[in-house]
Write a protein that binds this ligand. Structure first.
Ligand SMILES: O=P(O)(O)OC[C@H]1O[C@H](O[C@H]2O[C@H](CO)[C@@H](O)[C@H](O)[C@H]2O)[C@H](O)[C@@H](O)[C@@H]1O
Length: 354
């Protein structure tokens, strides 16, 4: 593994894949940094080292078993206990407050699968989320394009924030929880639509040579999947992506679970989407509101961070492995997410009956 990382770093430095697009990923303090230090590579001698560091970081995220060697899981679980085990404590914190639910889709409501077009959520999960939305305002916040995530979830009563929050729409049935009677639509990156489409087409063309690579058009952003790409080809794929992106200084690259995400350089992310939704619901600057955000990915960290900074509500990271996170609690997988949501619904229904 070490040799693999070393080869990739060397190759990327030699071929100068880095130019003016920047990788905005802040979680570079642990394993990847350690790897870089082990190789005696720092920002100075790799030039624009952010991308290299981020790429190594993505390898780490893509290889959770490798992660274990860096992290002490038992101390991590003490810091981020199971939201199921701590359910009563969580309820106590919500006492007298309006819970607002934010749910990521892939890896949170649906299990991670090889084919992004087949990431279906179970009927049981759909039924749970439907019940949840009758109890609390509920939003789905996803990296996918809004229409696509809606086609999986199929619940009209929810808020949807697609394209990492760059495409937000309220429930079709009307603004049940909204303060003003107007339809909710927020698209802060519309000017980037043509450029994303252009880049998407170029990426499809360029990555044809890499077996297993999938490019997904997420409307305001694009994804290059490498889940099914042989590890030996990851750096080749990165180079190809880089060769396209170097001509688009207003786009940036971030990373998710075995996916490179290409998005506009604007100050908008899932955290901003969370804030926007709370405001639209009339819940901004209120101490009696308790947002709960559940997600599994690095992009969800922006939302966890907002909640931590505001000291409001809580974030729950879905992960079987120790990861650097701003979430307070953890759940292992979508099955545990469903159990947690079911318990919330039962609790709320009992309270309403009482
Ligand atoms: O914010 P999310 O809803 O979690 O979306 C993030 C990305 O999710 C999808 O990719 C991930 O799930 C795929 C299906 O399980 C999996 O094959 C892939 O490896 C994961 O990265 C989606 O396809 C991307 O477009 C989203 O950006």
């Amino acid at each position: 593994m070490v040799r693999f990382i070393e080869e990739n770093i060397t190759k990327m430095v030699e071929t100068n894949i880095i130019s003016n697009s920047e990788v905005l990923y802040e979680g570079n303090t642990s394993p990847a940094t350690k790897v870089l230090q082990d190789f005696k590579i720092n920002d100075e001698n790799v030039g624009r080292g952010g991308l290299i560091r981020s790429w190594v970081d993505s390898m780490r995220a893509c290889s959770p078993t490798h992660l274990k060697s860096f992290n002490n899981h038992s101390s991590w679980i003490r810091e981020h206990p199971s939201a199921l085990n701590m359910f009563e404590e969580i309820l106590l914190a919500t006492e007298g407050k309006q819970i607002v639910m934010f749910l990521d889709y892939d890896g949170t409501l649906s299990p991670i699968v090889d084919d992004p077009d087949r990431a279906f959520m179970s009927k049981k999960m759909r039924s749970t989320v439907r019940k949840l939305a009758t109890c609390f305002p509920t939003a789905i916040v996803s990296g996918r394009c809004r229409e696509k995530v809606y086609s999986f979830v199929k619940l009209t009563e929810l808020y949807y924030a697609g394209s990492h929050g760059m495409d937000i729409k309220g429930p079709e049935q009307g603004p049940k929880y909204k303060k003003k009677n107007q339809s909710l639509l927020c698209q802060p990156a519309t000017e980037f639509l043509p450029v994303i489409d252009e880049v998407y087409k170029k990426l499809v063309e360029k990555t044809k040579s890499i077996s297993g690579a999938i490019v997904e058009n997420n409307k305001f952003c694009a994804s290059v999947h490498f889940r099914c790409v042989d590890e030996n080809k990851w750096s080749d794929l990165a180079l190809l992506v880089r060769s396209v992106l170097k001509n688009y200084p207003k786009l940036m690259l971030t990373q998710g679970r075995k996916v490179l995400e290409i998005r506009p350089i604007i100050k908008w992310d899932k955290g901003k989407a969370l804030e926007f939704l709370l405001e639209s619901l009339g819940y901004d600057n209120r101490t009696d509101v308790f947002p709960i955000y559940i997600g599994d990915d690095r992009t969800d960290e922006d939302a966890f961070k907002i909640l931590r900074e505001k000291r409001q509500g809580l974030g729950i990271l879905v992960s079987k492995y120790a990861k650097e996170t701003n979430a307070s609690y953890s759940l292992q997988d979508p099955d545990e997410v469903m159990d947690f949501l079911e318990r919330l619904v039962e609790w709320k229904q009992l309270r309403c009956e009482a």
